[in-house]
Design a protein around this ligand. Structure first.
Ligand code: MYA
Length: 575
């Protein structure tokens, strides 16, 4: 078993450790896989061009049956299902690339396909027995059967462990009877199979309930409410689900009884990466639209593209998209290399993906200006479709808390062990030595990135500096606040934003290094410039975050919000 900190690149950063062997060289698909993925992409593009009218899907709140059937015949419902079960058996990177393409063409379709395979049947791929796979995967691969992921409940959104749906063991454990309801379930209106989570222990004060994952067939008695009316992704189906005495056989438990929370989290780790790849695709579509608009629109006797403020937007959009694409495919490569823990990397990709897309769609709409606001053009629909990404598969707020707290868990444990070791020096010596070694390494000078191309030396030095800052800041807050850090969301936000920027910069550095090695300085000019610009933007944020640890107005903000809750509204009027 490798040491804990080496199991995740981003978690290691919290110790000031740059595990560069994990991210160099930048992962790439094999040429065989690139070729087969290109063939899929070609047929997907042709199919969408001939058959998909996204404006109509948005207007009708429905994906036509003929389109769904076409997607089925292209094999798009079974992209990652192994070929032995009738799927295409794509790697994570190739799957991400296909979802990127689909996301860039139609968000409702991407969400429908994503809910089916990124999360709907993912539990089977990750935890299913051979028998479960044999029974369900072939129909799921062809799309004859559609899957959904049912976790969220009225009183359990971000706090996923608080679900109330109850599963009672009956017939001496041969089956379970499920009662409860789920909300906002994508594909809820027509899915045939649900990965559904229910409590298999009573709710007890102070202890977390045991949750179990079940594969529930609609025919077992699941019913649904009407489709919700949504801001965007209107062609996708989102409904409530109801379970009234739904009997599920024991063999439909996925993973172990009582270990369903872990199943849900692992599925979401994979789903969040799929979402990020969809965001890459939409950003690329928006860049095409924005650049086309810039070239055609004239003002004050010139193309608007000549103006500095337009160039500023286009440059930022490109740099942010480059960073997002780099980290998404770096993470996909890590998953394909069978890394044990990519929970933080995928959460970062989800947060950065949805926020990059939100900023890119906002900038594109601004460039398009008047027509950007009109329903006859695609901009406003893409804006509406994009908003949900900041919310579903874990709100960006809860994911920031997750990123910060799970990053600080190991340093926090190490610190606690040091304190204990100081009290019991002989017994604690073994513990201390590991931590002391790391500290000694840090004291000798900060960790270096040795595999970055020398042309990116400036960027690498700034990266190293802020890795060391992250470790210092994390240790400072842990020393100062101990377990109370769990309640300090302002501080968690700073920590999360730092590690997200660092991961993005690391991804740009390894990808750009590979580009320079392959094509030389001139050949990789665009990548070098985008890496440089992204680093500059990230550097400003990192500097600001570090300074905010020492001086901030957190307490002022809390006081203002606290009074607003009492007032119930904005308290002033000029009258
Ligand atoms: S589906 C609904 C999405 N819902 C969520 O994402 C829920 C968010 N909440 C959470 O993730 C958890 O409740 C949090 C933990 C993180 C808040 N990997 O004590 P704990 C372990 C592995 O911290 P809590 C939807 O929206 C942890 O280490 N393990 O738990 C789809 C610990 O283990 P141990 C993890 O305080 C819509 C244990 O769990 C992870 O209760 C359709 C307990 O941890 C993890 N990540 O809360 C989308 N997290 O006990 C379709 C925790 O061993 C999209 N743990 O120490 C398709 C997109 C297509 C593209 C679109 C393009 C436009």
């Amino acid at each position: 078993m490798p040491p804990l900190i080496e199991q995740s690149f981003t978690k290691a950063l919290f110790h000031g450790v740059i595990a560069e062997d994990m991210i160099f060289p930048y992962p790439e698909m094999t040429s065989e896989e690139r070729q087969s993925t290109s063939i899929i992409l070609d047929s997907v593009r042709r199919f969408f061009a001939a058959n998909v009218d996204s404006a109509k899907i948005d207007r009708d709140h429905e994906i036509p049956k003929a389109v769904l059937d076409g997607l089925r015949s292209l094999g798009l419902f079974g992209l990652q299902i192994p070929t032995e079960y009738g799927g295409i058996g794509l790697s994570t990177a190739a799957y991400a690339r296909v979802m990127q393409e689909i996301g860039g063409m139609d968000a409702s379709i991407a969400v429908t396909l994503g809910a089916h395979q990124s999360i709907g049947y993912k539990s089977l791929l990750l935890f299913g027995t051979h028998e479960q796979k044999r029974r369900y995967l072939p129909q799921l691969a062809t799309g004859e059967s559609v899957a959904a992921f049912a976790l969220t409940e009225p009183s359990a959104g971000s706090d996923a462990a608080a679900i109330k749906t109850r599963a009672e063991a009956v017939d001496g454990g041969a089956a379970y009877v499920l009662n409860g309801s789920k909300i906002w379930i994508t594909n809820g209106g027509f899915a045939d199979v649900f990965t559904l989570f229910a409590r298999t222990s009573a709710l007890e004060e102070g202890s977390k309930p045991k949750i179990t994952a079940f594969l529930v067939e609609r025919g077992m008695g699941v019913t649904n409410g009407p489709n919700e009316h949504k801001l965007g992704i209107r062609g996708s189906s989102t409904t409530e689900l109801f379970l009234e005495n739904v009997r599920v056989p024991r063999e439909n438990v996925v993973g172990d009884v009582g270990k369903g929370f872990k199943v849900a989290m692992e599925v979401l780790n994979s789903g969040r990466l799929g979402l990020a790849s969809g965001c890459v695709g939409v950003c690329k579509t928006l860049l095409r639209l924005a650049i086309a608009r810039v070239e055609e629109r004239r003002a004050f006797g010139r193309n608007i593209g000549d103006f500095g403020l337009i160039k500023d937007k286009i440059a930022r959009m490109l740099a942010e998209t480059y960073a997002l694409e780099s980290m998404t495919y770096l993470t996909a490569g890590l998953v394909d290399s069978k890394i044990a823990d990519y929970s933080m990397e995928s959460a970062i990709c989800k947060v950065k993906g949805s926020e990059t897309l939100w900023s890119v769609v906002n900038d594109t709409l601004q460039i398009a200006a008047g027509i950007g606001y009109m329903q006859d053009y695609p901009y406003e629909r893409i804006l509406r479709d994009s908003r949900v990404n900041l919310i579903f598969e874990g709100t960006n707020d809860i994911l920031r808390c997750f990123i910060a707290l799970s990053g600080m868990a190991a340093p926090g444990k190490a610190l606690a062990e040091v304190v204990k070791a100081m009290r019991e020096p002989i017994k604690g010596f073994g513990l201390l030595s590991d931590f002391a070694l790391r500290k000694a390494r840090a004291a000798l000078g900060r960790e270096r990135m040795t595999r970055v191309h020398p042309l990116l030396g400036r960027e690498a030095v700034i990266f190293e500096e802020y890795v060391s800052e992250l470790a210092v800041q994390a240790e400072n807050v842990l020393r100062k606040h101990g377990r109370d850090i769990a309640e300090m969301q302002f501080t968690q936000l700073r920590i999360a934003d730092m590690v997200m920027d660092l991961f993005a910069v690391a991804a740009c550095l390894t990808r750009t290094t590979r580009a320079i090695e392959r094509r030389g300085e001139d050949g990789a000019r665009r990548e070098i410039d985008l890496c440089s610009l992204y680093l500059n933007m990230a550097h400003k944020r990192l500097r600001q975050n570090v300074s905010d640890f020492a001086r901030n107005d957190d307490e002022l903000r809390k006081a203002i919000a606290g009074r607003a809750y009492i007032d119930g509204a904005y308290p002033f009027d000029v009258l």
